[in-house]
Design a protein around this ligand. Structure first.
Ligand SMILES: Nc1ncnc2c1ncn2[C@@H]1O[C@H](COP(=O)(O)OP(=O)(O)OP(=O)(O)O)[C@@H](O)[C@H]1O
Length: 576
């Protein structure tokens, strides 16, 4: 919570101005009944028109002052609340960018989205309300009670009993409400999660005709959200009529005792009217409380959810060593790795060397640890045991940003961003020239396809690359990696959707980049072109060598070759 409060520091001055203006409004509101009492007792009762006109004029003047203060207060309240929200959102976003994968796994994606949008909006609204009316309501209650005592202490004594009871009740509701709204926000996370999964997987949903299943899933999530919200709002709303009932009884008591005292001549009519007026203002302030308590409860829940993200420790950069990779020679030395928070060791005692400029194909069954091995190289995860060296330097001691800058990593799923083809390639190296972009596209065998697009390199790519085929997306992702002219290129099954000829051309074109290439593949045709093949099984390297060597020495490799050869024969027969 402390961190969130610190976001208010830059706005101390506008907040002070807004609060001062709010206090002016409040003061005017509190003076009004006094002026009214004066007009009744000294003007109307004594039939003195000058008093009525003079004090009436003063009343109008202070009302205008309150009006102007209210308007300027709104300006400041909007400015402060929006800027405060902007600052938190920007900080939260950049905080998440610095998360390690282990930290990222602690929050579901949809929950992070809710925290960065809805939760921050809750805080913004609360701050706006805070600067406009939130403080005004409690201060109005306190001020009205004090002024009543000033007018007539005996008559106002009833407030001393009633107000503490009401304050206690309000605190109780707020604590309860805050817990309930926490659950509401979690349910909102869930709804966002379902929506996100649904929109991302729309093609699959249609292909599997799962529309009704998805509609039911969404209905369940949104029903839960509705039920929890209704429970939270009910708890807060039912308390309000109780408060107002108590206040109305209080006013009746004041009127009753006031009436008796007026008859006895111990109090003037104007004084009774003033105290009743203060009572009514307290009542109206309390009816504002239902909103205030709701806003406070909600924002307390939201603030703690935002703090959870802000409180995550920054990943410490161990080194500012910005080694330039000269050759890209990779050495794994007895590397073992377990995903944080899990038990199973997914890579066990891995040792191998990929010479500079060479191509190493990594093969293995699904779940054998191929992608995990890749993620260790740009240090997306840290090794548990052993060491990884690039050009003889332990990557553990290298600055992670400089290390990643020099690696071209193409993940298994080709991810494209909304923007043009050129922008997507430039994503790999912002300051690349157009010639470099074209060069990378040519090497990735995507240049000709791009040239056929309506606006060539300026063609807009639809959301997630919907207007491109799987193979085109893959090649564009490879171009994005090549444009940075990496010393080390990691292709995670990134040529799976390419036909053999295109893939061969792509691999040939890579030679000119003279980078070390590690390529995860399921295809023997790809592996055959590599200088070395690593065969992984359940996180262990079970065979290492060239295609010819493995055909002799590895029964598993031989089996894969035979089964793929059979597939090819079947495929050839089918196409004839
Ligand atoms: N983020 C993660 N957290 C925990 N375990 C994971 C994570 N990612 C993968 N694993 C586990 O690590 C093991 C190896 O997964 P990995 O993705 O490296 O396999 P792979 O060989 O690349 O498989 P595939 O060819 O199917 O992509 C699997 O048992 C998988 O369940």
């Amino acid at each position: 919570m402390f961190k969130i409060r610190s976001f208010l520091s830059p706005y101390r001055i506008p907040m002070t101005i807004a609060l001062t203006l709010m206090l002016i409004e409040l003061a005017v509101e509190l003076i009004h009944p006094l002026l009214m009492a004066k007009i009744i007792d000294d003007g109307i009762m004594k039939e003195d028109l000058t008093v009525v006109l003079v004090w009436g004029g003063i009343m109008i003047a202070v009302s205008l002052l309150a009006f102007a203060s209210g308007i300027i207060n709104s300006f400041y309240a909007s400015h402060v609340s929006q800027s405060f929200g902007f600052d938190i959102r920007t900080t939260l976003f950049s905080k998440v960018q610095g998360f390690s994968f282990e930290q990222l796994n602690r929050f579901p994606t949809a929950s992070l989205v809710t925290r960065m949008t809805n939760d921050i909006t809750q805080l913004q609204n609360t701050l706006f309300m805070g600067l406009r009316i939130m403080l005004r309501a409690p201060l109005l209650v306190i001020g009205a009670v004090m002024m009543s005592f000033f007018v007539n202490a005996k008559l106002a004594a009833v407030f001393v009993i009633v107000v503490p009871i009401i304050i206690w009740l309000l605190i109780w509701i707020m604590k309860k409400g805050s817990k309930l709204f926490n659950t509401v926000q979690t349910k909102l996370d869930h709804v966002n999660g379902v929506i996100r999964e649904n929109l991302v997987g729309m093609r699959l949903i249609k292909a599997y005709v799962r529309r009704n299943h998805e509609i039911n899933r969404f209905s369940r999530a949104t029903n839960e959200l509705r039920d929890k919200t209704v429970t939270a709002l009910r708890t807060i709303e039912t308390a309000m009529p109780i408060l107002l009932f108590v206040m109305n009884i209080t006013i009746i008591v004041i009127l009753w005792t006031g009436h008796t005292q007026v008859s006895n001549g111990t109090i003037q009519v104007g004084e009774v009217v003033a105290i009743v007026n203060y009572g009514l203002r307290v009542t109206s302030a309390l009816s504002m409380f239902s909103f205030i308590v709701m806003f406070l409860s909600r924002s307390r829940a939201s603030a703690s959810r935002i703090s959870e993200v802000l409180d995550i420790d920054d990943v410490e950069e161990r080194s500012d060593k910005t080694n330039r990779l000269a050759e890209g020679r990779v050495t794994f030395e007895h590397v073992s790795f377990t995903y944080p928070g899990t038990e199973e060791t997914v890579l066990k005692d891995i040792s191998f060397t990929a010479n500079s400029g060479s191509t190493v194909a990594i093969m293995g069954g699904t779940g054998s640890g191929k992608s995990s091995l890749f993620q260790l190289l740009p240090r997306l995860y840290e090794v548990d045991e052993g060491n990884i060296f690039i050009d003889g330097v332990n990557i553990h001691s290298m600055n992670s940003k400089s290390l990643r800058d020099q690696i071209g990593y193409v993940p298994q799923e080709a991810i494209l961003f909304t923007g043009t083809v050129k922008e997507n390639i430039l994503w790999g190296k912002e300051d690349a020239t157009f010639e470099e972009v074209v060069e990378a596209a040519k090497a990735s065998q995507i240049h000709e396809t791009i040239e056929k697009l309506p606006e060539k390199y300026q063609t807009k790519i639809g959301q997630k690359g919907v207007n491109l085929s799987g193979g085109q997306k893959q090649r564009l992702s490879v171009a994005r990696a090549l444009v940075r002219k990496p010393k080390l290129l990691l292709l995670d099954d990134s040529t799976s959707a390419l036909d053999v000829k295109t893939e061969q051309r792509l691999l040939k074109a890579l030679e000119k980049y003279s980078c070390t290439t590690l390529i995860i593949t399921q295809k023997i045709s790809t592996a055959q072109q590599a200088d070395k093949i690593l065969l992984l099984d359940e996180g262990v390297v079970i065979a290492e060598g060239t295609d010819a060597q493995l055909r002799d020495s590895s029964p598993l490799y031989k089996k894969i070759c035979q089964s793929q050869a059979r597939e090819e024969v079947k495929h050839a027969k089918a196409t004839h």
